[in-house]
Design a protein around this ligand. Sequence first.
Ligand SMILES: Nc1ncnc2c1ncn2[C@@H]1O[C@H](COP(=O)(O)OP(=O)(O)OP(=O)(O)O)[C@@H](O)[C@H]1O
Ligand SMILES: [Mg+2]
Length: 456
Amino acid sequence: NKRQVLTITSDLMPVIQVVYSVNNDEAAGASVEFVVPKDLGDGYVNNKLENYKFRFRRVFDQTAGQEEIFETIAQPVADRVLAGYNGTIFAYGQTNSGKTFTITGGARSYGDRGIIPRTLSYLYQHIIQDSTMVYTTHISYLEIYNNVCYDLLDRQLEACRLEDLPTVTIMHDSEQNIQLRNLSIQQSANEEEALNLLFLGDTHRMTAETLLNKASTRSHCIFTVYLCGRQPGSATVRRSKLHLVDLAGSERVNKMALGGQLLTEAKYINVSLHYLEQVIISLSESRAHIPYRNSLMTSVLRDSLGGNCMTTMISTISVDKTNLKESMSTCRFAQRVALIKNEAVLNEEEDPVLLIARLKRENQSLRDELAMVTGEPRQEQLTQYEIQKLEVQVKDFLEDTDPEATLALGTDLQKIRRCFTLLKVLSLSATQCLPTVLSQLIRDKAPNVDLYSTAR
Ligand SMILES: Nc1ncnc2c1ncn2[C@@H]1O[C@H](COP(=O)(O)OP(=O)(O)OP(=O)(O)O)[C@@H](O)[C@H]1O
Ligand SMILES: [Mg+2]
């Protein structure tokens, strides 16, 4: 239930790389080890240790491709979501380390598609092939920018600015469940529709050029797939959610030489990541109070952190000696996250409409059985449902050509009386119709009609 993996990206800037080694064949998983040179002046101050080793479920080195990342990380989560469990995959790491590349992908080639498009493709392929279940899928795309939530899937505006997007507010109900008011949840019947929604949301995302990243995503984004599955004819439905989260990059303000809007963004990003860290620390130390409500991001991801969800965290680092401090802090943070225990449960419930119909039927047959066993006439009136059922029974009985056919009414006197009344009404209406039928026949001078026997 707890997983954390690490991806290492090559740096795009001319750098002197830190010496590191990756080992994916350890009995307990994998590890990455940094060898810190003694004379490292501009980065990490290295007084005592030379080697720092961090253990993970899996470490992906620079040669790892998007397909491998998808198969190892996202596919198992997608399988659980299809089976009715909630899932979350989130990417955490310093700016320019490859979070957006991992979650959404790169635009250079088709092979650069990230976890979201690959997961959508996988989910819809499964949905098309599985004839034992009927699925409906919906999508939402939420952005948290400067501590305000925005709906990225708003279709009303064509070329819109972020401030024109609808803002989303968080409401807590009495059981501490959150409701996202004003977040549109769009139906997406197939992969193409889902990809169009992803594209629409991405065009609305807040990006900016920073010193380190030409297209730095300056917000936290949560792409959510809502899945509802049921077997045909069954009243039991499975509802599951998959959050795919691209966090804004942690960054050092002085290192980035930020000012103006970028500085304001960086402060909000750092504050919200600090609150995320507080939640993670409280959870990993099993404290009584977990400060989810301190930030919008932790409120929205409440279930993913220590709740009903299978959560996988991807930490991204950049192996450049100027980033060593950030890489170490990312690894330490990831190891804390791995201490959190989530409890994922199957989200199965009965559809209320189908459930009521089934309970009505059961209730009726139990009443019939009870009346049969006790032999006591019941006091209350027949219900509308019972009357309708009797009318169908009488109709079937009259239409049945089998002379042995019977009307099974049990011992309920009210039902027996009702059936007699029904039969009387039918008989009377048939008799009253007869003169009309006869005159019609005579008028038409219908050949081969034995009028005498018909009248008799
Ligand atoms: N595995 C990779 N292979 C090739 N290019 C990569 C890889 N990872 C990242 N990149 C490239 O590195 C640059 C930075 O990556 P990305 O934008 O994903 O970083 P980020 O962590 O999202 O940064 P920020 O927090 O600033 O948004 C991009 O140009 C991206 O295409
Ligand atoms: Mg990004």
